[in-house]
Design a protein around this ligand. Structure first.
Ligand code: ADP
Ligand code: MG
Length: 238
């Protein structure tokens, strides 16, 4: 059971406030997409949810637990980065098992979880390759596999497909929708791509300059954007 709740969350770097008071509720198993211009604070929000960045003020709840000061590894969250961040010297199998090994999981459990992720992502034939021997799409699947093996309750994706070509993006978008169905987890997904936002989201959050501009289902935002800014991102032409 892992919904999330943010109340008046703010973040400053030095004297610069980049998140200016965000209130947001995300239901368990919901697929939420963050959109907004470059620099509006999407990654910073994700990183605070993941625990990679300290929250300056406000509260973050995962389930009914306040996690502001909880270690990232204890939050039940896994993040997939735009750059994949795979270890070049490790095989696919080792990349996927690394976090579990680091956490001291038994070998048999690591093997079982890696096998499960490989099945879900159809990576079985590639387990002994290194990242340098994989295509972009295959690397992205390994990055997702690394998250899956941790059995997170919440997945965070930061522009996971932006380094892929258009055709592969369409394919991976369908894969991610299927993953959400199969794993039944909460997903927060950042993208620049309007089609990704419209097709994947249960709920879209439009951010602008450290604040939420509008929240709604894809249809609500498309049909009834509050203003020209939102319309510019996802709305129908007004
Ligand atoms: P987005 O992901 O929407 O493009 P970011 O969350 O990366 O935006 O950045 C939001 C703002 O915070 C930007 O102005 C960025 O320069 C600033 N910022 C992000 N991380 C840091 C940091 N570690 N130190 C200082 N400023 C940062
Ligand atoms: Mg970003």
């Amino acid at each position: 059971m892992s919904g999330l709740k943010l109340t008046n969350v703010k973040k400053s770097f030095g004297s610069v406030q980049v998140i200016k008071g965000v209130d947001l509720e995300i239901a368990d198993k919901e697929f939420v997409v963050f959109v907004g211009p470059s620099g509006c604070g999407k990654s910073t929000l994700l990183r605070m949810i993941a625990g990679l960045e300290q929250i300056s003020s406000g509260d973050l709840f995962i389930g009914d637990k306040r996690v502001n000061d909880i270690d990232p590894s204890q939050r039940g969250i896994a993040m997939v980065f735009q750059t994949y961040a795979l270890y070049p010297h490790m095989t696919v199998r080792e990349n996927m098992g690394f976090a579990l090994k680091f956490a001291g999981a038994p070998k048999a459990e690591i093997e079982q979880r890696v096998a499960e992720a490989a099945r879900i992502l159809e990576l079985g034939p590639l387990l002994d390759r290194r990242p340098g021997q994989l295509s972009g799409g295959q690397r992205q699947r390994v990055a997702i596999g690394r998250a899956i093996v941790r059995h997170p309750e919440v997945f965070l994706f930061d522009e996971p497909l932006s380094n892929l070509d258009a055709e592969l993006r369409v394919h991976m978008r369908i894969e991610i929708a299927r993953l959400h169905q199969e794993l039944q987890t909460t997903i927060i997904y950042v993208t620049h791509d309007q089609v990704e936002a419209m097709t994947l989201a249960d709920k879209i959050v439009v951010l602008r300059d450290g604040l939420i501009e509008q929240v709604g289902s894809p249809l609500e935002l498309y049909d009834n954007p509050d203003n020209i800014f939102v319309a510019g991102f996802i709305g129908s032409p007004k």
